[in-house]
Write a protein that binds this ligand. Structure first.
Ligand code: BES
Ligand code: MN
Ligand code: ZN
Length: 491
């Protein structure tokens, strides 16, 4: 898709030359200064009862009188917020899909959100609407005809045009990151293996100038990652520990480290999961996919920052070699762990990655994981669970989620939640009771993250959708990218 910013007089939309002119209107009244021809058509449609200035309402008019464009798509957004703009854009794109429209021009009128963020969401909503998974589905629908989308900005407002261009560029970078994350997550477990994730990272490193190292079992053994190794040992699919580095600031500047859970299939191991819906556990590398996508976005935006990405990737499978309930393993940190449930494997691979992160003397570490079913129960698919050892870091992640329309919600880390992780046979157990399951998982991780500012995102509810729209969402690439950009010094 080709995205552009087009300057125009908003009182002369009738002259816009496109297959479809899309006018998105916020608020309950037609905006002052709206093109007279468009306003007359809208007023008439409202009078006829065919259109209303209420969120979600759309109307497509063919060969609208007095307009150069052969189609006019009116879309009401309701509130003047960024979130309402995204929903309205989604409704507008649904109107354009599957039609003879090859190029469309979109005007967003009456919004209070910044032009920059509106332009970003303009790109993201469009890319989302037109993403089609194809890799293992030759019968997937042909690509949409729509090839060119222009965002119209007021010709008289030079600052708006500049902001729109910046927002468009940021949207393209984040959009590319989201697409990479979705594509990796959607590919089935027999395609998206740990080896594949390593290869994808290497390819990104080559195309975008990242330093990449992919460690195999031997190297991981040498590092002493006994906890990570214990999860991988039940599978014939070789593990990978993937390191990618983006350098945009002086080498002396402490990096931000992102850590992703890369379980490419979670059967539960010996504590086997029930069969129904088990296929969705191919998405258990959603954390890894999102940190990889974020690296792509960052490598395109090129901020003055240093960022390190770590992915621990393996399968969690039952076999004669698999780790058993009751087994005790020694993590890279030296702490021993009693495995009381082999299905609580995510924390077992993340804890060694968190210890590995220490060597970078990081400014902060954020791990991202489809960690617990309990988080899905707590927050559903709207907000990711966010835990932080530091209020400032929590505030920055919260603000980034809101700005990116990829929201999270802070969860508690009171020490009482750690009680249940006590073990008679090791320093710590990998599970506590059922209550507060997302929190006790975070408490487990916190034991391995004491050397730096740390946050954890439990994305079990937000990384993918089930049902008819089954597929990866690319979340939280938007949140993470906005967060990293907020950490640029002197910004
Ligand atoms: N990958 C799952 C978490 C998950 C479950 C994500 C459902 C999305 C939907 C994780 O490895 C897991 O199995 N967690 C267990 C932990 C339990 C054994 C303490 C869970 O949540 O049931
Ligand atoms: Mn599991
Ligand atoms: Zn898992």
């Amino acid at each position: 898709m080709d995205f552009r910013i087009q300057t125009a007089s908003l009182d002369a939309l009738a002259a816009i030359n496109a297959d479809a002119l899309v006018v998105v209107i916020a608020g309950e009244a037609l905006p002052a200064g709206l093109d007279a021809g468009v306003a007359a058509l809208a007023k008439d449609a409202i009078k006829l009862g065919d259109f209303e200035l209420k969120a979600g309402k759309t109307l497509t008019l063919q060969r609208p009188a007095g307009l150069k464009a052969p189609r006019l798509v009116l879309v009401a957004a309701g509130k003047p917020t960024l979130k309402a703009a995204r929903a309205a854009l989604q409704a507008a794109l649904a109107q354009l899909k599957g039609r003879g429209v090859a190029q469309a021009a979109v005007a967003l009128l009456g919004f209070e959100a910044s032009t920059e963020s509106l332009a970003e969401q303009f790109v993201l909503a469009s890319q989302d609407a037109f993403y089609v998974y194809r890799h293992t589905k030759p019968s997937a629908p042909a690509p949409s005809k729509l090839a060119k989308l222009s965002l119209l900005v007021d010709k008289a407002d030079a600052a708006a045009a500049k902001a729109a261009k910046a927002g468009l560029a940021q949207g393209l970078a984040i959009g590319a990151g989201i697409e990479l994350a979705r594509e990796c997550a959607n590919r089935p477990g027999n395609h998206a293996t740990p080896t594949f994730l390593g290869e994808q990272t290497k390819a990104l490193g080559k195309s975008h100038g990242l330093k990449v190292e992919v460690l195999d079992k031997k190297a991981v053994e040498k590092l002493g990652m006994g906890s990570f190794l214990s999860v991988a040992q039940g599978s014939d699919e070789p593990l990978r520990f993937i390191v990618a580095q983006y350098q945009g600031a002086a080498k002396t500047q402490a990096p931000l480290v992102l850590v992703g859970k890369g379980i490419t299939f979670d059967s539960g191991g010996i504590s086997l999961k029930p069969g129904a819906g088990m296929d969705e556990m191919k998405f258990d590398m959603g954390g890894a996919a999102s940190v990889l996508g974020t690296m792509r976005a960052i490598a395109e935006i090129k901020p003055k920052l240093n960022v390190v990405m770590l992915i621990a990737a393996c399968e969690n499978m039952p076999s004669g070699h698999a780790v058993k309930p009751g087994d005790v393993v020694t993590s890279m940190s030296g702490q021993t762990i009693e495995n009381l449930n082999t299905d609580a494997e995510g924390r077992l691979i993340l804890c060694d990655a968190l210890t590995y992160a220490e060597r970078f003397k990081p400014a902060a570490v954020v791990d991202v994981a489809t960690l617990t079913g309990a988080c899905v129960i707590a927050l559903g698919g709207v907000r990711s669970g966010m835990y932080a050892s530091d209020d400032e870091l929590a505030g920055a992640l919260m603000a980034a989620g809101d700005a990116a329309l990829d929201p999270c919600w802070r969860m508690p880390l009171d020490e009482e939640y750690e009680e249940g992780l006590k073990s008679n046979f090791a320093d710590v157990a990998n599970v506590a009771g059922r209550e507060g399951g997302s929190i006790t998982a975070a408490k487990f991780l916190q034991r391995f993250a004491s050397k730096y500012r740390w946050a954890h995102l439990d994305i079990a509810g937000t990384a993918w959708k089930g049902g008819a729209a089954k597929g990866g969402t690319g979340r939280p690439v938007g949140l993470l990218t906005h967060f990293l950009l907020s950490q640029v010094q002197g910004r």
